[in-house]
Design a protein around this ligand. Structure first.
Ligand SMILES: Cc1cc2nc3c(=O)[nH]c(=O)nc-3n(C[C@H](O)[C@H](O)[C@H](O)COP(=O)(O)O)c2cc1C
Length: 210
C-alpha cells in the first residue's frame, strides 16, 4: 500500500471481528514500531502483546473502577455523563480486541537535560525547551504501528484513556515505576466502517517564514 494512501485512509477503529490476528502480522506491525526514529537513537520503548481475554477483561475492569472513583470529582453533569460514556466504551473497548499491544516508554536518559539542569534551568524550563524527546520517540513508534496495521488490513486505535488505571496495570502486568505504558493499541479485523474525522486546513496550521 502506498504510504500516502495509508496515511489518508487510516482511521481509529473501535470494533473488531472475532477473528485472530496471525503471529506473522503482529510481528510485522511490531517491526514497524521498532524501525521508528528516536531521540539519539535511544529506542526508549518496548512492546507487550496481550491476547489473554481474562487479562484484558481484568484491565478493563480496573479502568471502570478508576472511572467510578473519578466520577464524584466531575465538575458538572455534562462532564459526569462524558466520563460514564468513556467507562462503557472509549476507555474500555480494547478488551474486545483479539490482540492489544501495550507500548511502553522505557527509562530515557537525556544527558542534554542533565547539562541544562546543572546550568540552573528548572525542570519546568527544561520540559518547555525540550518537550519529552523520549515520549516523542515512543509516539513515533506508535504511529508506525498504526500505519502498518492499516496497511495489513487491520484496524487499531491509539488509546491513552485507559491509562487512568496505570497503577492497576502495574500490578496486573507486573511492571514498576521505571517504565510506563504510553498507549494501548487494540488490534483486529475492523467490524465497522472507517469514518474520517474532520481536520484543520493546512492554511490554519502551517505557514512559511522566509
Ligand atoms: C494520544 C491519543 C490518545 C487517544 N486516546 C484514545 C482513547 O483512549 N480512546 C479512544 O477511543 N480513542 C483515542 N484516541 C483516538 C482519537 O480519538 C482519534 O485519533 C481522533 O478522534 C481522530 O480520529 P481518527 O484517528 O479516526 O483519524 C487517541 C488518540 C491519540 C493520538
Amino acid at each position: 500500500m502506498d504510504l500516502f494512501d495509508a496515511i489518508a485512509q487510516r482511521t481509529s477503529i473501535r470494533r473488531f471481528k472475532d477473528q485472530p490476528v496471525p503471529e506473522e502480522d503482529i510481528r510485522r506491525i511490531l517491526d514497524a514500531g521498532r524501525l521508528a526514529p528516536s531521540a539519539n537513537n535511544t529506542q526508549p520503548w518496548s512492546f507487550l502483546v496481550l491476547r489473554d481475554k481474562a487479562l484484558l477483561a481484568n484491565m478493563a475492569e480496573a479502568v471502570r473502577q478508576q472511572v467510578d472513583r473519578m466520577l464524584p470529582f466531575a465538575e458538572n453533569e455534562k462532564q459526569a455523563q462524558r466520563l460514564a460514556a468513556y467507562k462503557s466504551n472509549y476507555y474500555t473497548f480494547f478488551e474486545k480486541a483479539p490482540v492489544v499491544i501495550a507500548a511502553f516508554m522505557e527509562a530515557y536518559d537525556a544527558s542534554a537535560n542533565q547539562l541544562l539542569a546543572r546550568m540552573g534551568y528548572s525542570a519546568e524550563d527544561i520540559a518547555r525547551l525540550r518537550p519529552n524527546p523520549g515520549l516523542q520517540s515512543v509516539a513515533a513508534a506508535i504511529e508506525h504501528m498504526l500505519l502498518a496495521a492499516h496497511a495489513l488490513g487491520y484496524g487499531s486505535c491509539w488509546m491513552t484513556g485507559p491509562l487512568v488505571a496505570q497503577e492497576a496495570f502495574e500490578k496486573i502486568l507486573g511492571y514498576g515505576r521505571e517504565k510506563f505504558i504510553a498507549a494501548l493499541l487494540p488490534l483486529g479485523v475492523p467490524d465497522e466502517k472507517a469514518s474520517s474525522k474532520p481536520r484543520k486546513s493546512l492554511t490554519e496550521i502551517s505557514r512559511t517564514v522566509g
